[in-house]
Design a protein around this ligand. Structure first.
Ligand SMILES: [Zn+2]
Length: 297
């Protein structure tokens, strides 16, 4: 695989500016679908397994036309990428979010194999919540665990909610029933804020779904799940998607998560972001997002 080296000057400049050590040795594949980096002694590959479009107006009904234009959202739709994180601690191989659905459900498997990482070598699969776009790669087309030797982790509240799925639309119920329910014997439940596996903690963030969790990796790397859908919501956490019915919880969880990142001088991976890695800082006005833009030389 040909890899393009990130312009190190940009990376170092960003780190100096923010006074925080972030992802090291970031390398981006030519097609932008893979980001390789090191952080706090662990190796990572962030896989962009596909994308789907969402209508901006439906997503951010609170935003004015000017605010949307200022944020660079001039088109009626915005791409939701699906970023799955692979982590190698030297002791364990972990997938955070087996993302994808329909045509993209198998993409993560193919990309891992391309990297010489057998699916059966994965020890842990961590799932932020049970919506279809976050769980499609959990399972094979034959209905078996895609990561046969892995323990799958999800919040107990989330699992119990989707077993019953009261009032939930059919397509969400089906996502759970098709991609997760058959894997019950592989699942370990997470209960609120706890260490999931060594070095990885759950940050409870209910709202987007009843048992949603975001993830803290080591001290200073964080993974959003859908507690933050797009980077603009770091600056505008009050912009709640029109289909998020548990608005107050979404906002409280989002602010709690953003605080946690800022207090730890942390870096965020946004599951659905286009430029998925960045720093979250806090000032008098609120929170700021600084993307770690990958540039090829
Ligand atoms: Zn999602």
């Amino acid at each position: 695989m040909i890899r393009i080296l990130l312009l190190l000057t940009g990376l170092i400049g960003a780190c100096q500016h923010l006074h925080r050590e972030g992802p090291q040795s970031l390398v981006v594949s030519p097609d932008g679908s893979r980001r390789y980096f090191e952080m706090e002694g662990n190796s990572f590959i962030l896989f962009d397994v596909g994308s789907f479009d969402m209508e901006v107006r439906q997503l951010f009904p609170q935003a004015t036309e000017k605010e949307l234009a200022d944020a660079g959202m001039n088109k009626p739709v915005i791409a939701f990428h699906m970023q799955s994180l692979y982590m190698d601690t030297g002791e364990q191989r972990i997938i955070i979010e087996p993302a994808g659905f329909n045509d993209s459900a198998q993409n993560l498997h193919r990309m891992l194999k391309d990297e010489g990482i057998p699916l059966e070598s994965i020890d842990a699969v961590i799932i932020t919540h049970a919506h279809f776009d976050h769980i499609g790669a959990s399972i094979t087309p034959e209905g078996k665990a895609a990561f046969a030797n892995a323990t799958y982790y999800i919040q107990k509240t989330e699992w119990l909610h989707w077993l019953e799925a009261k009032g939930e639309p059919a397509f969400l119920r089906e996502g759970f029933r098709n991609s997760l329910l058959p894997l019950q014997e592989h699942v370990n439940f997470v209960d609120g804020e706890q260490t999931i596996v060594a070095g990885i903690k759950a940050v409870a963030s209910p709202g987007h779904s009843p048992g949603h969790m975001s993830i803290q990796i080591g001290e200073r790397l964080f993974y959003s799940g859908d507690s933050i859908l797009q980077a603009i919501q770091v600056q505008h956490p009050e912009w709640i998607a029109s289909w998020n019915l548990r608005e107050e919880k979404v906002l409280a969880s989002r602010k709690n998560f953003l605080n946690r990142i800022a207090e730890n001088q942390g870096w965020l991976i946004g599951t659905h972001f286009t430029a998925p890695i960045g720093a979250v800082t806090r000032n008098d006005q609120g929170y700021l997002w600084t993307a770690l833009e990958a540039k090829s030389n």
